[in-house]
Design a protein around this ligand. Structure first.
Ligand SMILES: Nc1nc2c(ncn2[C@@H]2O[C@H](COP(=O)(O)OP(=O)(O)O)[C@@H](OP(=O)(O)OP(=O)(O)O)[C@H]2O)c(=O)[nH]1
Ligand SMILES: [Mn+2]
Length: 179
């Protein structure tokens, strides 16, 4: 068989994520959810200079277990154990009470692998850029501020991972007078 195009596995990740998120919208009730995983993977490839395909595919898939019916087993079958484990590290347990889930995300960030930290940093950068562009419907100013403060605690536990992404995040934290 002819060798596949070098982007073939990445395209499979994109196709899988798009299919899993196909009925979802972001909290602005407009943007198709898939735009977020695409943004996260693009931030890593274009701004973060990441060439590790497993990290880019994990970025495309990072919210599929947390926010759709996808199982870790399914991810492992389609994309292998390394990508599955990166996704596992960045997946919150939605069955937990929200405050506990948010507290754990701060704690887990410090113990995450380098590759999981890359995905989480790009995830936070996209969410914060989104928040600045157009806050989720119904979020009070206070809730928005709380989100920035919490996100900075997660990011502060992942310092020393990627200077470009951290610098971009600090631009936002400075704007919010958190730095
Ligand atoms: N800023 C923003 N966030 C949105 C939007 N749509 C969905 N989200 C998601 O909402 C989460 C923040 O909303 P919260 O109410 O604080 O958290 P929750 O949905 O997880 O309970 C973010 O998850 P997170 O826990 O911060 O990161 P992750 O779980 O996606 O990794 C983000 O991914 C949007 O339009 N703007
Ligand atoms: Mn996300």
């Amino acid at each position: 068989m002819e060798a596949l195009h070098p982007t073939a596995k990445l395209m499979q990740g994109l196709q899988f994520a798009a299919s899993k998120h196909r009925t979802q919208r972001r909290k602005d009730n407009e943007t198709p959810y898939i735009n977020h995983p695409i943004n996260v993977a693009t931030i890593l490839a274009v701004e973060g200079g990441i060439t590790d395909e497993s990290v880019l595919i994990a970025a495309l898939l990072h919210d599929t277990v947390e926010d759709t019916d996808t199982t870790f087993e399914e991810i492992k079958q389609h994309f292998g154990v390394e990508i599955c484990e990166i996704v596992r590290e960045v997946t919150d347990d939605k069955s937990l009470e929200k405050q506990e889930r948010k507290r754990l995300q701060i704690e887990h960030a410090a113990m995450s692998s380098f590759k999981a930290k890359l995905v989480k940093l790009a995830d936070k950068l996209d969410n914060l850029r989104d928040l600045r562009r157009k806050p989720p419907i119904g979020w009070s100013l206070e809730r928005q501020e709380q989100y920035y403060v919490w996100a900075k605690k997660v990011v502060d536990n992942m310092r020393g991972t990627n200077p470009v992404l951290e610098r971009e995040l600090d631009v936002i934290f400075k704007e919010k007078k958190l730095l």
